[in-house]
Design a protein around this ligand. Structure first.
Ligand SMILES: C[S@@+](CC[C@H](N)C(=O)[O-])C[C@H]1O[C@@H](n2cnc3c(N)ncnc32)[C@H](O)[C@@H]1O
Length: 264
């Protein structure tokens, strides 16, 4: 092989390895270290530093990077939620976004809700820095959005108060016992007939993708694998009762959007 080709291949490999190492250190690696300290018992102990440290938040939150992490399906997933919101009657109602997320999901969802006539949009996150960062992306909607520090698994919001609740890739990051709790809370806060939009990973149909995905979860996000079987969110919602659910999968089944309507 030519020297320039070897150098090129080596550089690409080095870049991939350092990116992987960076993400490991600011996600799972940090949680492993935290597990060894006394800091491991708070209700925020499962949250990665990339969601709590403002420098890291700003470093990572670039649309191309975030889209690449979701295998360039990000925009399609957000579009499905936005189109669901556009079909709902949100006039004078409240829309909740349970936890912030990187990329343009927040501006797109808030825009759809406001255009649809929602009176207020509430964004809840357990980490204050995430809320501050979200606020900086939503200057166009000031006066319409409330930012509240709250825990998705034990929310301070009142019962049956919101017409729609968007949960974008939160569940796979929660410890297993809290996954069901977050779904129950989502149900408690929705008004009858209200909709929960849940974006998440899903068990891929193609074995190659399944194998790669399995390695990804084992290395970076071990709490996510349970969504494939024991903690499949659709099963959890259906077992809870009181929901009518519809699931759409994307990219050979690697991602899913569940639209769950709370029965009247
Ligand atoms: C929803 S996930 C988003 C992951 C996804 N990779 C992304 O950004 O596109 C990360 C967010 O969830 C928040 N979070 C984690 N646990 C939470 C909890 N129990 N209650 C509320 N927010 C939580 C984190 O603070 C962070 O802002």
């Amino acid at each position: 092989m030519e020297t320039w080709m070897m150098n090129g291949a080596f550089t690409v490999l080095l870049l991939l390895a350092s990116t992987g190492l960076f993400f490991f250190v600011v996600t799972r690696g940090a949680l492993l270290m935290r597990g060894l300290s006394s800091d491991s018992n708070s209700d925020k102990s499962h949250v990665y530093p990339i969601y709590s440290n403002m420098r890291l938040i700003k470093l990572v939150d670039f649309q191309p990077v975030i889209s690449a992490i979701l295998l360039f399906q990000y925009s399609r997933l957000v579009s499905k939620i936005v189109s669901g919101l556009k079909q709902s009657d949100l006039r004078d109602k409240k829309v909740l976004i349970t936890s912030c997320a990187f990329g343009n999901v927040l501006p797109r969802v808030v825009n759809a809700a406001v255009q649809g006539g929602a009176e207020r949009v509430v964004i809840a996150d357990i980490i204050r820095n995430e809320l501050l960062h979200a606020k900086s992306k939503l200057a166009d909607f000031s006066g319409k959005v409330d930012f509240i520090e709250d825990n998705a698994t034990a929310m301070k919001q009142t019962e049956s108060d919101v017409a729609a609740n968007v949960m974008f890739f939160l569940l796979h990051e929660l410890p297993h016992d809290l996954k069901g709790q977050a779904l129950r809370e989502a149900g408690r806060m929705l008004a009858p007939g209200g909709k929960l939009y849940l974006a998440e990973f899903h068990r891929p149909e193609l074995w190659v993708l399944r194998a790669l995905s399995w390695v990804y979860f084992k290395v970076f996000e071990p709490l996510g694998l349970a969504l494939w079987d024991t903690h499949d969110p659709l099963d959890c919602l259906e077992n809870m009762g009181g929901w009518v659910c519809e699931r759409t999968t994307y990219f050979f089944g690697n991602f899913q959007i569940i639209t769950a309507t709370k029965q009247e």
